[in-house]
Design a binder for this molecule. Structure first.
Ligand code: GLN
Ligand code: ZN
Length: 759
């Protein structure tokens, strides 16, 4: 194709970030949105909250010297849902909800009569997006009003706005297609995107950022051809802004050539996640493009090594027309600002950079690049001093932990033969066939929440709090005895969160006060920060489990979170491989299992719901990950004798690439989600050679519906077609903490009845 884009004016810019968080520094948007749902405020008030948050952010970015500001990464719920609205791709079941905002929230959260869109993980982050549904009935139409409104608003505020939209390849690849392969529909989207680009140019946008994170995953030759075609066609018209295609969360690999060969004016790459500078230098077509260099980590919390970032930027200078320092991805994934943290110690604080600090770093790098490093000498010195203090801090390296790990032999993760374990455990536990159990948590009642809040506010003391938690445990044990479950749990009342609870008790982790990060919609999490070598100053769960066990003769399961999940839901160190951090956490969990064993506990469950989440995006990286993650789990569970039964729980049923790893965990019993997939997963497990105990969830705890005993009986009979009775366990899909006490009791009663019937 002939080059027709020489007329596109490319207003140069020198510093930017790829996107912004949106829940508000104090979760203002969460509060406003939930108030809107509850009918306490109206749509105008909700929009005013959004406007105020955007205005403040834009002002901060301008103050830090950013001369191109992403606009439109704000969202009332999720950017993929926004894109579905933009492209007229909401499912027909919400179409007759007249009010656009209510229709939007219905697609996001469902209503009494409408199922919401499914939700799933955004690449390998902890953010969840809504999965657009594209079927034969989907007719794409452009609805640019919201995108244009945010652009106009920013321009009126004097902001050098760069609208951000999700690109057609990523949108289609991440959607659920009930018709032909999703990318086959790219042709239908091209005219819509072209029209949108024309509108953005008319509204005064010199640049548009088109996000294509899907380009860092493995693409087929056909998909790469689609990338080339889409961006060739999008850049063909002359009435459009300059196009910046943003890739992040990994290296674009072969997509780099595909993109560079088109007439896009700019390319953003993630230089933190493993993009190599040499590969960029080897793409001659970059020479006439703007390279937005993601040298500041957008998804972890560490202060940037400014010297190294400057040297990377300098190396790239020859490869592109312009090199612009930026974050590696949107700042959606980090907390707003360190300024809000009053209780972090000074040393630790000096090692960190949250959103606002990263924006400042980008500004500094731009200044250093254009005006020379002398101009930012003081800041460079401060960054060097912080890095030196981090390296020298005694909390970073714990020689005892390192020595213990080094001394572990190659068989440290091995237990005795599975058959021998099974025999020993059965002799000790004397369980009936098809034993019944639950996954760990019982409803987090308002009494529990009130006690936790009262403790935090200092209204009650620690002994009173513990007394109340023991009262909850006593009730939960009594309930399980009444229902005649076979293997009991203590119900986890003392746990705010299954990772935070452990991080608070382990050395090497720090907690933040306001380090909120959006998980999905209005749900935010405060991930702990893993900053140093991990050790366990004291047992973390033994008192609670021992107390629960003292109330009953039936076995009570010890309940722990596994090393991979603890890492997956934390901000992790960037100064050593994740595999090393995993072994340290595993060692602490291993010590806990041994203490539980010594307290007479006969079954210990180590949950790994995040095992699949951390799976690398590229197939070539996956096996190494599975090796170390499975190794860490085994290290954490192999310290106990063969007569202690190890359970694990995984929160999903589509195992895909991790199926072999499930067997590799070598747990005695594995509980999984299966109710929604009708037990099909059991055949997959069999095919992968899995031969241990398995508890396929017999009912779905994600809904308040109470399953009938006949329904659970049928589920068990279906499971027995794939798994012999000696290996089958009976349990719900997941923990019960989000359910009401009445539903839980009724559901479990039916579950026990069903198990009896089938026995
Ligand atoms: N033991 C945890 C619970 O029951 C497991 C939660 C999970 O799988 N995410 O709540
Ligand atoms: Zn679960």
């Amino acid at each position: 194709m002939e080059n027709t884009v020489t007329a596109i004016s490319q207003t140069p810019f020198t510093a930017t970030v790829l996107g912004l968080p949106r829940v508000g520094p104090r979760r203002e948007l969460k509060r406003a949105t939930e108030s809107y749902w509850a009918g306490r405020i109206d749509a105008d008030q909700l929009h005013e909250t959004g406007r105020a948050l955007r205005r403040d952010q834009y002002a901060e970015l301008r103050a830090a010297g950013l001369d191109s500001v992403p606009v439109g990464t704000f969202s009332y719920y999720d950017q993929m849902l926004d894109t579905a609205v933009l492209l007229g791709a909401l499912p027909p079941r919400v179409a007759d909800i007249a009010d656009p905002l209510d229709r939007y929230f219905a697609a996001a959260r469902g209503t009494d009569s409408v199922e919401p869109l499914e939700m799933t993980k955004w690449f390998d982050t902890n953010y969840h997006y809504l999965v657009p549904e594209i079927g034969p009935e989907t007719t794409f139409t452009l609805h640019p009003e919201d995108v244009l409104a945010q652009l106009r608003e920013a321009i009126e505020l004097g902001v050098p706005a760069r609208p951000v939209i999700i690109g057609p390849i990523t949108f289609l690849k991440l959607s659920k297609s009930t018709g032909p392969a999703a990318l086959d529909r790219a042709d239908e989207l091209i005219p819509l995107y072209r029209e949108l680009l024309g509108l953005l140019a008319e509204a005064g946008a010199p640049w548009v950022q088109i996000d294509e994170p899907a380009l860092v995953t493995d693409l087929t030759a056909g998909e790469l051809a689609a990338v080339r075609q889409v961006y060739t066609e999008l850049t063909a018209p002359a009435n459009r802004p300059a196009v910046l295609v943003a890739t992040y969360f990994g290296h674009p690999g072969p997509a780099l050539d595909a993109l560079a060969g088109t007439d896009i004016e700019g390319l953003a790459v993630d230089l933190v996640a493993g993009g190599t500078v040499e590969e960029l230098a080897a793409v001659p077509a970059l020479a006439n493009k703007t390279l937005v260099a993601g040298v500041v980590d957008g998804r972890n919390v560490w202060r940037t090594d400014l010297d190294q970032a400057l040297s990377t930027l300098a190396t790239l200078l020859g490869s592109a027309k312009t090199v612009v320092p930026s974050t590696s991805c949107s700042l959606l994934h980090v907390p707003y600002t360190l300024a809000a943290e009053a209780h972090l110690d000074e040393a630790l604080r000096s090692w960190l950079a949250f959103g606002a600090e990263k924006v400042a770093e980008v500004g500094l790098l731009a200044t250093g690049l254009s005006a020379g490093t002398e101009v930012i000498a003081a800041e460079l010195d401060r960054a060097r001093a912080a890095a030196a203090s981090r390296r020298a801090d005694p909390r970073i390296r714990n020689p005892q932990v390192r020595a213990r790990l080094a001394a572990l032999g190659p068989d440290a993760g091995e237990r005795g033969p599975a058959a021998r374990r099974r025999a020993l455990q059965q002799e000790r536990l004397q369980l009936p066939p098809l034993p019944t159990t639950t996954i760990g948590s019982y409803p987090q009642t308002s009494a529990i929440r009130l006690a936790r809040a009262a403790l935090r506010k200092g209204e009650i003391d620690r002994p009173e709090y513990e007394r109340r938690m023991r009262a909850e445990i006593t009730e939960v044990i009594a309930l399980q005895e009444k229902l005649e479950l076979d293997v009991l749990v203590h119900g986890e009342p003392e746990r705010n969160d299954m990772v935070q609870y452990f991080a608070e008790q382990l050395d090497g982790f720090a907690a933040t006060e306001l380090g909120w990060v959006q998980s999905y919609g209005t749900r935010c999490v405060r991930p702990p920060i893993l900053f140093g070598d991990v050790s366990r100053p004291a047992p973390m769960t033994v008192d609670w489990i021992e107390f629960a066990q003292s109330l009953t003769d039936k076995p009570v399961k010890g309940m722990l979170t596994g090393p991979v999940t603890i890492l997956a839901w934390s901000f992790v160190r960037d100064d050593q491989p994740l595999a090393d951090s995993a072994r340290q956490v595993a060692l602490a969990i291993r010590d806990e299992t041994v203490d539980l064993q010594n307290a007479g506990i006969r079954i210990v469950q180590v949950d790994e719901p995040a095992l699949r989440e951390l799976l690398p995006l590229r197939r070539t990286d996956q096996q190494a990950y599975l090796d170390w993650s499975v190794g860490a789990f085994r290290l954490s569970t192999s310290g106990v004798s063969d007569s202690v039964q190890i359970h694990t729980h995984l929160c999903y049923s589509e195992f895909g690439e991790v199926i072999d790893a499930i067997a590799g965990l070598d747990a005695d019993v594995t509980s999984i989600e299966a109710a929604r997939s009708h037990m099909e997963v059991l055949d997959d497990l069999n095919a992968a050679g899995f031969a241990a105990g398995v508890g396929p969830g017999v009912y779905d705890i994600h809904s308040p519906r109470v399953p009938g005993a006949e329904e659970i009986t049928a589920a068990l009979r279906a499971a027995l077609k794939a798994v012999p009775a000696e290996r089958l366990w009976v349990n719900p899909d997941c923990g019960l903490k989000t359910r009401g006490p009445a539903e839980v009791e009724a559901s479990l009663r039916n579950m026990v009845t069903a198990a009896r019937t089938v026995r």
